[in-house]
Design a protein around this ligand. Sequence first.
Ligand code: PBG
Length: 336
Amino acid sequence: MAQSGLDLFPYTRMRRMRRDDFSRRLMSENQLSVNDLIYPVFVLEGKNRREAIESMPGIERLSIDLLLKEAKELVALGIPAIAIFPVTPAEKKSLHAEEAYNTEGLAQRTTRALKEAFPELGVITDVALDPFTTHGQDGIIDDNGYVVNDVTTEILVQQALSHAEAGADIVAPSDMMDGRIAAIRDGLEQQGHVHTRIMAYSAKYASSYYGPFRDAVGSAGNLKGADKKTYQMDPANSDEAIREVALDLQEGADMVMVKPGMPYLDIVKRVKTEFGVPTFAYQVSGEYAMHRAAIDNGWLAEQPTIMESLLAFKRAGADGILTYFAKQAAQWLQKK
Ligand code: PBG
């Protein structure tokens, strides 16, 4: 049989190595560890407050005092970093998003409280204006509702500086304005924040998978069904993602991100292969909601499905994953 040179069976039997646990372990190519996990959290004003998010079962908005308790658990689990997203009360939203750079704003106070209590926990802040604008867009709009790039960027710089001053380890611009990475890097350097890292949402798509997040931070109602297609990327495009990443790296990004995650693993793979830089992916709110819904209906098995979804990011080349499953996954990894 094998003599033909075409049919190597039975000399090559792929199933030999799969037969036993020990050889499966030896040839396993990728591994998920707690070091890969970043936990996104939603923060509320007030004290001792927690609110469920209907479209994200199991995830809550927490006031700072309760978030500190949560952070203690995250540190004990060994999770390297959290990403904070403030829920802004309606009366603090405005056309020019002044609250975004309020040194006493919720994101800034949360950052200070976290860094004081848990200096070893990396704090990542979201640099974008959508939680602070009355229209829910990520920037300042003109009379036609178009998000104006350079005016927005100036405010983003102020926002990033207010985060750095509060002690943020990483600022993460998720707004997709052109030139904002260079502007933020310049601002940080000028103010002496030379260690503040920038995680650029470089390839961020105009995705339908952000729906539950917009419920969570309360920007969905403000957007009134409008989209973000004039700044976030077209899901049809892949080469464009490479250009976005190249620009952000030239402008001084320390890490780049692809978002959403699972439907865009081809982009993660291309970015990691072409640039070889720290590459992150965001398993977004809609991906969380889909998993939760199927699991809660008994249609998918909880632990194996979630862990498989996260391992897939590693296989695609991601160095880390922002995921609402981070705490749960860390608990499972610890037991193992
Ligand atoms: C906004 C922002 C969004 C997310 C993170 N930052 C939503 C959006 O662009 O509308 C989405 C995260 C998620 O869906 O989990 N700048």
